[in-house]
Design a protein around this ligand. Sequence first.
Ligand SMILES: Cc1cc2nc3c(=O)[nH]c(=O)nc-3n(C[C@H](O)[C@H](O)[C@H](O)COP(=O)(O)O)c2cc1C
Length: 207
Amino acid sequence: MKVLMVNGSSHPNGTTCTALLEIGKTLAQEGIEYEIFQLGAAPIRDCIGCGRCNEQGCIFADDCVNSFLSLAKEADGFVFGTPVYYAHPSGRILSFLDRVFYSGDKIFAHKPGAAVAVARRGGTTASFDVLNKYFGISQMPIVSSTYWNMVHGNNGEEAKLDAEGLQTMRNIGHNMAWMLKCFAAGQEKGIPMPATEQGQRTNFIRL
Ligand SMILES: Cc1cc2nc3c(=O)[nH]c(=O)nc-3n(C[C@H](O)[C@H](O)[C@H](O)COP(=O)(O)O)c2cc1C
């Protein structure tokens, strides 16, 4: 079993990474593999709503969206981590996730996800809410913790001083591992995947 995490910061070793590594450490203790996918500092396009998503994912192949989708197919769970910018997630992770989910949402159905927001001081719960919405529309069970999933610090070293934040991250790891093991046990017992309906797209109602 493997959890794929996204570092939505351009800092590969900053606060977001410290938070994700704490989750990863716990997952490893629980016998679950993990990988941190770094968005890095290179430009990431926004979705232009062209509707030309294809088998590979997004029509634009000049950034990391499609390589992430390939990894996501093999992953069993996800953690999306973001720094707070002006009380919202980084534009980088929103551009990335809009294209990932618009072109590949089926990959994520019934795989658990957790969102993490880090900040110097404020805007974490608003950012956390935004990331959770990708899970909510994609049939993804949401992994919670013992506080809302946030770590405070202005950089990776400061984040290590937020004892409650790190505890919250470890508990995401424990809860994610438990959920993955329960799903695997259910599959072994032959419990079928949910028969969810598709097809209705009621954009507006005509009386
Ligand atoms: C453009 C920008 C906007 C920011 N806005 C906020 C904010 O609204 N609230 C806050 O507490 N910190 C804010 N910060 C600080 C970062 O959230 C904080 O430094 C965080 O630890 C960075 O995470 P990283 O090291 O993973 O990039 C902002 C930083 C930048 C660069």
